[in-house]
Design a binder for this molecule. Structure first.
Ligand code: FEO
Length: 175
């Protein structure tokens, strides 16, 4: 019986559980960015609304990538419950501060998972995580560049409009 169970799954319970936690974090991020997109749309900040809608889609893709990985390795992927998504936000700049905080938190989480994989000698999952770690460099970079725009342009007068207009120009092209 023990051997049969071993044949069924090739990830440990510990790794399965921490990956399912990450599925939940990505689902939460996706819902949060979608809420930010709606707020921006309501404020007439069209590019920012598109930026966050795209970000939301990407987070869902991340979620599914991990979800499918758990299943493919014979684990049990859990469809997460997402709660506590705000409707209102304090400020335009605040959205990007929250974004940077969120992405720094996610980077920390992936580092923790990678550390656990190393300790458990799960090099297959460790390898799977590399894509996410690289993705985090890009996500943090973009959030920081946008916050710099707030510092340089400022939100007074037509500043908000100017920042929104320039959002499309921020990209990570270090490949
Ligand atoms: Fe899926 Fe923005 O990390």
């Amino acid at each position: 019986m023990k051997d049969l169970l071993k044949l069924k799954t090739s990830i440990s319970e510990e790794i399965e559980s921490i990956l399912n936690e990450q599925v939940k974090i990505e689902a939460h991020a996706s819902a949060l960015y979608l809420a930010m997109s709606a707020w921006c749309d309501d404020q007439g900040l069209d590019n920012a609304a598109n930026f966050f809608a795209k970000q939301s889609d990407e987070e869902r893709t991340h979620m599914l990538k991990i979800f499918n990985y758990i299943s493919d390795r014979g684990g049990r992927a859990i469809s997460p419950e997402v709660t506590n998504i705000p409707v209102d936000f304090d400020s335009f700049r605040g959205l990007f501060e929250t974004t940077l905080e969120q992405e720094m938190f996610v980077t920390e989480q992936f580092n923790k998972i990678a550390d656990k994989c190393m300790r458990a000698k799960d090099f297959v999952t460790f390898n799977f995580l590399q894509w996410f770690l690289e993705e985090q460099v890009e996500e943090e970079y973009v959030a920081r560049r946008i916050l710099e725009m707030f510092d340089v342009i400022g939100e007074e007068g037509t500043g908000r409009w100017e920042i929104d207009r320039n959002l499309v120009k921020v990209s990570y092209d270090h490949e």
